[in-house]
Design a protein around this ligand. Structure first.
Ligand SMILES: NC(=O)c1ccc[n+]([C@@H]2O[C@H](COP(=O)([O-])OP(=O)(O)OC[C@H]3O[C@@H](n4cnc5c(N)ncnc54)[C@H](OP(=O)(O)O)[C@@H]3O)[C@@H](O)[C@H]2O)c1
Length: 282
C-alpha cells in the first residue's frame, strides 16, 4: 500500500516509519515538509501522491501550552485534521487519526470504553475531540486510535524525563492521584500496521493494558532501570499546579480490539520492560 504519514518527525511518526517501511511504500511528511494547517498544501501533497492510506500523526501535543495558544491548538488538532480528512476523502484514502484519552473527563471511576461519553477538561482534549468529529463527519473509511501516556525511543516523554532526572537528583516528587495507561509507541504503530490489513473501521482504544499513577509508573521505570537508590516521594496533583487540568483517571479499555479480534497490546509493565531493556539497553 502507498501510505502518507503526517507528523513523521514526531515520537509516533518515527515509530510508524519503522513499523510500516518494510511492507509498504511510504510518503513521509515531517512538519517542515507538510504543515497540516495549510489546506492548499495538504490538498496538493495528497493529490500529487494519491496514497491508499493517510496516517495522521501530526498534532499540537503540548497540553499546558495549548491553554495559552488556544487558536493554534485548534488550528492544528481540529482544523488541520479537517484538512487531512478532506484530502483523504478526495483521494478515496483510508484515514487513520491518532487521538487521546484526554477526550474524557476522568470522572468515570474505571477504564473508558470507546462508546463512553466524551467531555474533555482542557483545550488539548477539546481540540483533539473536534478533530475526531471532523474525521467521523468527512471520511467514509477511518480508524480513530485513541491512545494515552505515549513514550518511545525518540522524543521527550515521561520515561525519558524520569530517567534524566534520576541521574541528576537523589529524590523525585511524583503525582500519585492521577491515573492512566502508559503506552509504548512501537505497539501503537503495530496496531496501526495490523489495522491497515483489515476493514473493521471505527474508534479503537489503543493503549497498554492496565492502569497506574504517575508515581507507580516512575517507580517501575526506576526498578527496571536499576536506579533504586533514587527516592520517590508521592505528592498530590494540587502540589504541582499546571496550566491545563488533567483527568483524574483516564485509562482506556480495549473493548473494540477484543471484540474485533485484533492483537491485544501487552500490559504496561511488560512493554516498559521491553522498552528499557531492548530499546534503551538498560
Ligand atoms: N504523547 C502523548 O502522551 C500522547 C497521548 C495521547 C495521544 N497522543 C497523540 O498521539 C499522536 C502522536 O503524538 P506524539 O507523542 O508522537 O507527539 P509529538 O512527538 O509531539 O509529534 C507530533 C508531531 O506533529 C508535528 N506537528 C505539529 N504541528 C504540526 C503541523 N501544523 N503540521 C504538521 N506537523 C505538525 C510536530 O512537529 P514539531 O515537533 O516540529 O512541532 C511533531 O513532529 C498525536 O496525535 C497526539 O495527539 C499523544
Amino acid at each position: 500500500m502507498k501510505i502518507l504519514i503526517t507528523g513523521a518527525g514526531g515520537q509516533l511518526g518515527r515509530e510508524l516509519v519503522r513499523a510500516l517501511a518494510p511492507e509498504h511504500q511510504l510518503i513521509v511528511k515531517t512538519r517542515a515538509e507538510l504543515d497540516v494547517v495549510d489546506e492548499e498544501e495538504v490538498m496538493r501533497a495528497v493529490r500529487e501522491s494519491s496514497p491508499d492510506v493517510i496516517v495522521h500523526a501530526a498534532a499540537f501535543t503540548q497540553v499546558d501550552l495549548a491553554e495559552q495558544h488556544i487558536e493554534q491548538a485548534f488550528a492544528v488538532n481540529a482544523f488541520g485534521t479537517r484538512n487531512v480528512a478532506l484530502a483523504a476523502k478526495n483521494a478515496r484514502a483510508l484515514m487513520v487519526y491518532v487521538s487521546t484519552d484526554y477526550v474524557f473527563d476522568g470522572t468515570k471511576g474505571c477504564a473508558y470504553v470507546e462508546r463512553d461519553r466524551t467531555n474533555p477538561v482542557n483545550i488539548y482534549g477539546q481540540s483533539k475531540l473536534l478533530g475526531e468529529k471532523f474525521v467521523q463527519m468527512i471520511c467514509e473509511r477511518f480508524y480513530i486510535a485513541r491512545t494515552s501516556w505515549l513514550y518511545g525511543a525518540s522524543g521527550s516523554n515521561f520515561v525519558t524525563k524520569v530517567l534524566a532526572l534520576a541521574k541528576q537528583r537523589s529524590e523525585l516528587q511524583m503525582v500519585n492521584d492521577q491515573f492512566g495507561s502508559p503506552t509504548y509507541a512501537s505497539e501503537l504503530a503495530g496496531f496501526i500496521r495490523e489495522a491497515l490489513g483489515r476493514n473493521q473501521y471505527g474508534v479503537f482504544h489503543v493503549s497498554n493494558r492496565g492502569c497506574c499513577s504517575r508515581y507507580e509508573f516512575a517507580q517501575e521505570i526506576l526498578n527496571i532501570a536499576g536506579l533504586n537508590t533514587v527516592k520517590l516521594v508521592p505528592v498530590g496533583a494540587d502540589g504541582f499546579p499546571l496550566p491545563a487540568v488533567r483527568p483524574v483517571r483516564s485509562d482506556l479499555d480495549d473493548e473494540a480490539i477484543r471484540n474485533n479480534g485484533f492483537t491485544r497490546l501487552n500490559t504496561w509493565q511488560e512493554s516498559l520492560r521491553s522498552f528499557l531493556l531492548e530499546d534503551l539497553r538498560y
